[in-house]
Write a new protein. Structure first.
Length: 294
């Protein structure tokens, strides 16, 4: 069997691929990640029987490559390092915000049901979305015990990667992915399977919805407004101008008074008069003003 020979990629070819990826996904590949691009492209070229980078590029440009194949290619260029409770400070920020808002609303409008809609952006294989749903369920248990009230909540999670979303919807994880989860929560919210795997229980899976989406094409799939937008380690792949554009779109989908949570170091400077930084040294979060100017 003849081995597939990896072709060389010239500087101009790399620049073309850089531009194509940024245009379609916002993903910016620095020169240091060129080997990742070459490896990913070579794998797809071998599967399709394509011998040149230029041939694959032209097929993508004229729509001869399926959306699934394109998403798989992008998936291979991003790092999927995630686990349950990866950033506990940011998760606590979300639950604290919801608890305080719920208690105020219970006092102001005791007959009105309280709803929280959370959007997990770049959810990868689902650990982040399920973490948020689990913590919201714990919040509900605490509210029921303390004041006899509960809230309704849902978590919408999106990612560009079809393979990652398939894992998320199934909700099955190796034990090591739950290392940061309290044992009591693991016992309460998961079924233990064979070979030290765990599956999220239906009570939490029914509170989550996973959809395929590109943050540069939000108008196509993400229409509603959210109380919380949670975006961790997605914008690190974008250049500053693109980061600002995405954040403007987030603000449009954030309810007045809503909470935007980002990852540390993702954004160095946010230019939006509707956002106010939350005073918290452990996480990067912003509140939208109560009066929308859009």
């Amino acid at each position: 069997m003849t081995a597939f020979k990896l072709p060389e990629m010239g500087e101009q070819e790399f620049v073309l691929w850089q531009a194509l990826l940024e245009k379609r996904t916002g993903l910016w590949l620095p020169e240091s990640r060129k080997p990742f691009l070459v490896s990913a492209l070579a794998r797809h070229m071998k599967e399709k029987g394509i011998a040149k980078y230029s041939e694959l590029y032209n097929k993508l440009n004229v729509g001869e490559i399926s959306l699934f194949d394109w998403a798989s290619l992008v998936d291979s260029l991003t790092v999927h390092e995630t686990c349950y409770y990866r950033d506990n400070s940011s998760v606590k920020m979300v639950t604290s915000y919801c608890r305080n808002k719920a208690l105020k609303q219970f006092q102001a409008e005791p007959e009105s049901p309280q709803h929280f809609q959370i959007w997990s952006v770049g959810c990868s294989t689902g650990e982040e979305a399920y973490t948020l749903a689990i913590e919201m369920d714990k919040l509900n248990i605490g509210l029921k015990e303390s004041c006899g009230e509960t809230v309704y909540f849902g978590v919408t999670a999106c990612d560009i990667s079809y393979p990652s979303l398939a894992v998320a919807r199934e909700g099955i994880y190796a034990s090591r992915q739950l290392d940061f989860m309290p044992q009591a929560s693991k016992n309460f919210y998961f079924h233990r399977l064979a070979d030290d795997y765990y599956q999220v229980k239906d009570s939490i899976r029914q509170r989550t919805c996973f959809i395929q989406s590109n943050v540069l094409e939000l108008d196509n799939k993400i229409k509603q407004e959210y109380d919380i937008i949670y975006c961790q380690n997605v914008l690190i792949y974008f250049r500053q101008k693109c980061k600002q554009q995405v954040i403007q779109e987030f603000v449009k989908r954030l309810k007045p008074g809503g909470l935007l949570v980002l990852g540390h170091g993702e954004v160095t400077n946010i230019e939006n008069d509707e956002l106010t930084r939350v005073d918290n040294k452990y996480c990067l979060a912003f509140l939208r003003s109560n009066v929308s100017t859009s």
